[in-house]
Design a protein around this ligand. Sequence first.
Ligand SMILES: Nc1ncnc2c1ncn2[C@@H]1O[C@H](COP(=O)(O)OP(=O)(O)OP(=O)(O)O)[C@@H](O)[C@H]1O
Ligand SMILES: [Mg+2]
Length: 244
Amino acid sequence: MIELRNVSLKYGDREILDDISLTIADNSIKAILGPSGVGKSTILKLMLGLIKPNSGQVLIDGTDITKLKETELYPIRRKMGMVFQGNALFDSMTIDQNLGFFLRENLNLSEKEIESRVMEQILFAGLEGYEDKLPESLSGGMRKRVAIGRALIFKPHMILFDEPTAGLDPVSSKKILTLISTLKKSNNLGAVIVTHIIDDVFNVADHVAVLYQGKMIFDDVVNKLHESSHPFILSILSDKILEI
Ligand SMILES: Nc1ncnc2c1ncn2[C@@H]1O[C@H](COP(=O)(O)OP(=O)(O)OP(=O)(O)O)[C@@H](O)[C@H]1O
Ligand SMILES: [Mg+2]
């Protein structure tokens, strides 16, 4: 379980997050929705311990990671797979090599075990036949599926997605959202999805937290969004996409 407790964060003098509290239970999908620049990616970085808040706690399975040293954070980070907005694949490595890279670097596994885990992800992500290709020869949706496979290879409990459908066409977006739902149903995996696309929320999330001007203005089940009278939520429900 991931919990942010009364988290505030400034970059220089600029207050980005103001007393944010947020919980993501295991085996649930929570969307964090907000306009560009509001601090959505910053929240994911806090969850991974890549940055520390000015005040408040970030608890992963009950451990406050704001107090941990860098080396103590490694096993915690492995509980959470991260899928970056731009995928962060290695351009000069094949799909197989991309999938296996962090396993080879971080865990003392036999080559046979690595190959079997890579194959598991190839099959799950529907990438058979593309094992020896470079990322550049794949479509945007397929590259996203490689990034998801690479995040899953450590067998995390939770997976964090930064804008999983940004830049994808509607069909590829739908496939990625279906893949995320499948992860929850068949692998019992929880997910945090940072997005500015309201359709992502309705298509895949159980809960949604809405961030606006540094504050959490909504945090509840997705269906209740329609009951909110907050002007920002009313505007996103009518416009569907948050303008940049
Ligand atoms: N390291 C940093 N130093 C200073 N300001 C930063 C830093 N990282 C982010 N910011 C600023 O903090 C704000 C929040 O950034 P963040 O990337 O979390 O927003 P976001 O909601 O993910 O936006 P987007 O939708 O564009 O991805 C932005 O205004 C950004 O310019
Ligand atoms: Mg961002």
